[in-house]
Design a protein around this ligand. Structure first.
Ligand SMILES: [Zn+2]
Length: 246
């Protein structure tokens, strides 16, 4: 079966850094992959750009946009940029914006969604995950919404959270339950990170060390790790009429 995968992050580099290997592997195995970012990361994740005195918000957005498109091309995914302003504590994810996210869900009709860890401390990342797990997901499935788009409602159950940013992973309770072997596509991931070093400090070495560590856990060379969000309640701890019959 050819899967449709939607990998969605708050900022342009989020997916390539934390799930770029998994995304590249989906592509290599013939699946249809969409990579989306809600914002350009123009103020929150463009440190090097703001060291230049002539930088403006518009210039920063345009540079980040080019980086994202370049990275998407290397990974072989279809890029989607929603173009919201970053820093959600100043520019909140309103219902109108959540509807835009829901529209992306309807257009891409994903079987599998990859996004941020929902308990990460960083607002933009956490609120993106929250939108995917709850509001935007519900809006996408609601037949009363987005009628004007002509897009059919879509619901999905498989959400996987990728690893949170480096400095606060353990204290956010990220206890991975899935490792994905990305050894065969490791070079693709590393190449897909290069466009971002124009605007961010190069921390490819950090991601390499994490992947090697994960690889050790999984018994392969390089791996990425995820937590599965369980959208279905499975009541197996106590007998139910159904499992008493079995
Ligand atoms: Zn980010």
């Amino acid at each position: 079966m050819r899967l449709r995968v939607l990998a969605i992050g708050a900022h342009p580099a989020d997916v390539p850094k934390r799930a770029g290997g998994t995304v590249a592997r989906y592509v290599k195995e013939g699946h249809e992959v969409y990579m989306a970012c809600l914002t350009f990361g123009e103020t929150m994740e463009s440190q090097l750009l703001w060291e230049k005195p002539e930088m403006t918000i518009d210039k920063a957005k345009s540079i980040r946009r080019e980086e994202f498109l370049e990275s998407a091309e290397i990974l072989g995914v279809k890029p989607i940029m929603l173009g919201f302003d970053d820093n959600f504590s100043i520019h909140p994810l309103t219902e109108e914006k959540q509807l835009k996210v829901a529209e992306v869900i309807r257009r891409t009709r994903p079987h599998i969604v990859l996004t941020h860890w929902m308990m990460t401390l960083y607002d933009d990342h956490r609120l993106t995950a929250k939108s995917i797990c709850f509001k935007a997901r519900e809006l996408a499935a609601d037949p009363e919404k987005l009628k004007e788009t002509g897009l059919k409602p879509w619901s999905f159950e498989d959400i996987y959270f990728f690893e949170p940013a480096e400095t606060y992973g353990p204290i956010t309770g990220f206890l991975e339950d899935i490792y994905i072997d990305v050894t065969d596509v490791w070079e693709v991931k590393m190449k897909a990170l290069e466009p971002f070093w124009k605007s961010q400090r190069n921390n490819a070495d950090y991601y390499t060390q994490v992947a090697l560590y994960c690889g050790r856990q999984a018994g392969v060379k390089y791996a990425e790790r995820f937590v599965q969000f369980r959208t279905k309640r499975v009541l197996k701890l106590f007998p139910t009429p159904r499992n008493l019959r079995e």
